[in-house]
Design a protein around this ligand. Structure first.
Ligand code: SF4
Length: 342
């Protein structure tokens, strides 16, 4: 059982203490006896303890910076939503394949933003621009937001904010089971609560520091009983010996362990494993013993944003992954919606 995250070290930007959430967090961490430091900006978070890069990386992953979100221009977030809504960045998990290896390679610490009203105001503007069309906001593009929310309750406020909104909906995904404080949020079914799931082999070998399959399923059941629309992201879909059986077993277990409520309005998103060259370098440095297969020769190159292309599976392998997993969804969850495969 993975315990709810408590940082080892917390930095506060001085302006954060002008906000109620900043003050609340200062009190909380003082009471918990966590080491607290001041920093003028997160960019100044240098000299993290640790004898070498390997140790520094691990300490950074359990360091929290409490600050303000300055950029209120949201990134797009295709295909799952129109915009990424930024409540936090970074994650305490240690998934070897994590996409944050590319986006936050040199700054792996976790940041939480206390000026949530500014973020909500920006979201309101984006909704107005598209109204009466619905605008979807994805809250987990830059972190596993559920993993730190027991400390901040920012996600809970966001769920209630979108619960009241006319033209906006919220989505996020997690690998953590610490969801209890979110169960009584007034979501009005405008938040889709998703869990990231995978074949046993992938969870065991590549997802240290996150909740187990059994704990995630149990949390998914609670979330469904609380009336949230539920979803699963199967990612990264990863070719390994016996992958067909491994993924079949995943769907069988989901089917047998989920309560009936969870099956009423269920979505699946399928994302094949991919990596970029910069991510490969970071992964090999931070997880030198990883079994993760990162051989460009076995993959197909796909052009990506900012000139950083990614390596995905060869066409025939990709088709086989897509067909096999789509068939399982149809067999075990005939009423569910498969939103995309990418
Ligand atoms: Fe990355 Fe998600 Fe794993 Fe956190 S839980 S390390 S965000 S893949």
């Amino acid at each position: 059982m993975v315990k709810p995250f408590v940082p080892q070290l917390v930095y506060f930007e001085p302006k954060a203490l002008d906000y109620p959430l900043g003050k609340e967090l200062m009190e909380k961490f003082t009471k918990l006896g966590v080491e607290i430091r001041e920093t003028t900006s997160h960019n100044q978070v240098r000299n993290l303890p640790g004898k070498n890069d390997f140790q520094k990386y691990r300490i950074a992953k359990s360091t929290l910076v409490v600050g303000l979100r300055k950029t209120l221009k949201f990134d797009t977030s295709k295909p799952s939503a129109e915009y990424a809504i930024p409540f936090a960045t970074g994650c305490m998990g240690h998934c070897h394949y994590c996409y944050l290896q590319t986006t936050m390679g040199s700054k792996p610490y976790i940041r939480t933003y206390v000026n949530t009203d500014d973020i909500f105001e920006a979201a309101e503007k984006y909704m107005k621009e598209r109204a009466p069309e619905t605008t979807r906001f994805e809250a987990s593009c830059t972190s596993d937001i559920v993993g730190i929310d027991h400390l901040t309750h920012t996600l809970k406020r966001a769920i209630e904010f979108f619960g009241e909104s006319k033209h906006g909906v919220l989505r996020f995904v997690t690998k953590f089971n610490h969801v209890d404080h979110l169960l009584d949020a007034k979501h009005n079914e405008r938040t889709r609560f998703r869990f990231s799931m995978n074949a046993d082999y992938v969870i065991k070998n590549f997802e240290p520091g996150t909740s187990s399959f059994a704990d995630r399923i149990e949390a998914a059941g609670k979330v469904a009983r609380a009336g949230y629309p539920l979803g699963f992201i199967i990612a990264p879909i990863y070719v390994h010996d016996g992958w067909e059986e491994g993924y079949k077993d995943l769907f069988e277990r989901l089917e047998s362990e989920l309560p009936q409520e969870a099956k009423k309005d269920l979505t699946f998103e399928l994302i094949q494993h991919r990596f970029t060259k910069p991510a490969k370098r970071v992964i090999e440095k931070n997880y030198p013993m990883t079994k993760l297969e990162l051989d460009e020769e076995k993959r197909r190159y796909k052009w990506g944003k900012y000139g950083i292309g990614k390596y995905i599976y060869e066409k025939d392998q990709e088709a086989s992954l897509k067909d096999t997993l789509s068939d399982y969804i149809e067999k075990y969850f005939p009423n569910a919606k498969l939103e995309y495969f990418t």
